[in-house]
Design a protein around this ligand. Sequence first.
Ligand code: NDP
Length: 277
Amino acid sequence: MTHTTLSPNLTLHGDVDIPQLGFGVFQVPSVEAATTVRTALEAGYRHIDTAKLYDNEEGVGTAVLESGLAREDVFVTTKLWNDDQGYDRARRAFDASLERLGLEYVDLYLIHWPCPAQDLYRETWRALEKVHADGQARAIGVSNFTAEHLRRLAAEADVLPSINQVELHPTMQQADLRAAHAELGIVTEAWAPLGKAQDLEDPVVREIAERVGRTPAQVVLRWHLQLGNVAIPKSVTPQRIRENFAVFDFELGDDDMQQMTKVNSDTRQGPDPDAFG
Ligand code: NDP
């Protein structure tokens, strides 16, 4: 693989670099994931986001191991599913994910949802601290945590979450949560960064895209990068996989960034973290 353009990195706690633009594989069956991730690695992505829930850790691991890239050159994230919360279950779930991936370590391990009704995320976090201390997860973090969940966790954690992966796209901009992350020193990671393609139809996004001579997806991803988010767009379409990575040779002006704030309508496409799981 001879790709020369790579994503810039952000730095997580413990000096762990994370490529700001990664690749998501939600709803991609495992066999297809192996092919799709290979295409993404060939296009230059060096950061893959999977989860136990996605049932494709095997395919992702195969693509990474067969890519010919050095293991340390690909950043791999996986996540702990809701029915694996609690210390012992979480330890076992982590080992099982590593086994399916066929890897010796992951770069980032996340609690997928806080599941406040279970009230186990603080205990689960201790298991993540353990796998981190053992060197099996270079960084640990959470997903779908609200500012309140984060503060509750931070009050008694030895290691703070390095990142919070949340639903974030032009129609769901999460300004308050991003401010809380900045206050706590937590990196913001955007899932459904394209709004599951729906935000690509927005008239403001389309107008900017037309004016700057880029596609709506490229404008939205550029907006994420300039906000300081990690973003993990998903596509199984080779041309879109490449299109989504071709965002490092242009910038949105201040006016365009300002226009983009107006697209927000606080519209979730996924579940409410306080009510889910
Ligand atoms: P995205 O916002 O990434 O949108 C994906 C959709 O957009 C697909 O239908 C894809 O179609 C389409 N698309 C991609 N690129 C383009 C393009 N250039 N032009 C037009 N359409 C395009 O949504 P996801 O829900 O997949 O989120 C991304 C990732 O975030 C997931 O894969 C997963 O890794 C993570 N995630 C995490 C969650 C969490 O709870 N932590 C929840 C949900 C997602 P096609 O594939 O057909 O090309």
